[in-house]
Design a protein around this ligand. Structure first.
Ligand code: AMP
Length: 424
């Protein structure tokens, strides 16, 4: 592989992509504040052992996807494949868990050695929200509500996309439910071990839950007859799931119950949920999360419950790909050297009023107008000899395809219009 290529499954961020990335980042910070979450940043690598038990020794992440290396003193280190475990580790290390409930969020790169394809990369960024220390099913809904607000805000620039996102929920019940359910599933799948896909056969004993969300048609036919988790719920599990649904209804959040939704990692129990889209092909989960009541204890902390979600920034970026950012709101064209000082004063006035303005060093109007409209610029201001003499400027509205001559004295009034304000 050429050294001027990025490593497989990794990307450079620049132009529209970095702008959108920053916009997602700032929306997340804003929403975190509204929902009372505090930011935490953990190191990009951790001791490898941190991940093994919590994620499940037989999970795909542990078996084949972690980037693990040996440090000089023979310590094994791994690039973080997810955030929940490191955030719990950090909360324990820094004794943040003494003050519960604790609401934390994080944003940054994660690493998995998966086969790259659209929406699946080896370095990708995750958004992560966690609540430690409460069994209250409302905390599950608080997190879903936050995710809902985030998606609505990020996609408000294109309502069509928003309509292709659905929230699916399920409950895995408590630990006893999962245990009993797994045993029943194993017995069921044993009967089909010659029919299931090769991948799924390997999971019959080790991780039968994962066969349920297989993407292979042959497995899915067999899944239709598989035992259903809801028949294994304890009374408490039933009640908790009913509460979650009634809180969601109360908040007018639409959802679909998918009894086959199990999530990839071993630590989940009770509520699990995913925001899926029909816009991205097989890598269709934008956000996934759920409850993990035994995990904090498992990592070495007190026996307190937890719930959280992780969202993939790159998948959201893919959904936004066709949207052009408003790079600048106004582009200023000065037609000749005589009007240059007059024109550059207008430029400075606009910038002093925080209007994002591009200055054309080029004078070919036809070319400029074509490019400006491709770049989604709202207005072009043109000045030349006439405008200099009459103390005016030409204001061309590229969206409405209209132009008018404006007196310079009216500039301040004109830019009070909403469409002169930057979105980001
Ligand atoms: P997970 O920790 O597997 O539940 O992933 C949480 C979210 O991260 C998913 O819903 C995706 O949006 C995103 N994600 C997971 N794996 C990848 C990947 N390899 N490349 C890009 N995004 C990913």
């Amino acid at each position: 592989m050429s050294i001027i290529q990025p490593a497989r499954g990794t990307h450079d961020y620049y132009g529209d992509k970095i702008n959108l990335y920053n916009r997602i980042r700032s929306i997340i910070s804003k929403i975190a504040k509204i929902y009372d979450f505090k930011e935490i940043q953990t190191p990009i690598f951790e001791l490898s052992n941190l991940f093994k038990k919590p994620l499940g020794e037989n999970s795909d992440v542990i078996l084949k996807e972690m980037y693990t290396f040996e440090d000089k003193n023979e310590t094994m280190l791994s690039l973080r494949p997810e955030f929940t475990t490191p955030i719990i580790r950090a909360a324990i290390s820094n004794n943040l868990i003494s003050n519960l409930p604790l609401k934390l969020f994080s944003f940054g790169p994660t690493f998995r050695r998966e086969r790259p394809q659209k929406g699946r990369y080896r370095q990708f960024n995750q958004i992560n929200f966690e609540i430690f220390g409460t069994h209250d099913p409302y905390s599950d809904v608080e997190l879903i509500n936050l995710a809902d607000k985030f998606l609505k805000e990020i996609f408000s620039i294109n309502k069509l996309i928003e309509q292709n996102i659905t929230l699916e929920i399920n409950s895995l019940g408590d630990i006893h439910t999962i245990q009993k359910y797994k045993e029943n599933l194993t017995t069921y799948y044993e009967k089909y071990k010659f029919d299931l896909s090769e991948d799924s056969v390997k999971k019959i004993k080790l991780n039968p839950l994962r066969i349920l969300d297989s993407k292979k048609e042959i497995d899915n036919k067999i899944n239709l007859g598989a035992p259903k988790i809801k028949n294994f719920y304890s009374k408490e599990s039933h009640q908790a799931f009913d509460k979650v649904q009634s809180y969601l209804n109360n908040e007018n959040i639409s959802y679909k119950i998918n009894n086959n939704l199990v999530r990839g990692l071993d630590y989940y129990c009770h509520t699990v949920f995913e925001y899926k889209t029909s816009n991205l092909g097989t890598q269709d989960t934008l956000i996934g999360g759920g409850r993990y009541d035994g995990l904090i204890k498992n990592i070495g902390g007190p026996d307190v419950p937890g719930v959280g979600w992780a969202g993939g920034v790159e998948r959201i970026l893919l959904m936004l790909k066709n949207l052009k950012e408003n790079k600048a709101i106004v582009e200023l064209i000065i037609l000749d050297d005589e009007s240059k000082e007059y024109g550059t004063k207008i430029l400075s006035s606009l910038r002093n009023k925080n209007v994002s303005t591009k200055y054309s060093y080029n004078k070919n109007i036809k070319k400029i107008l074509k490019r400006a409209s491709n770049e989604n610029i709202n207005f072009v201001i043109i000045v030349g000899e006439n405008e200099l003499n009459n103390k005016t400027f030409v204001l061309k509205d590229l969206k409405k395809e209209k132009q008018e001559i404006i007196k310079i004295a009216e500039l301040d009034e004109i830019i009070k219009n909403e469409r002169f304000k930057s979105e980001n």
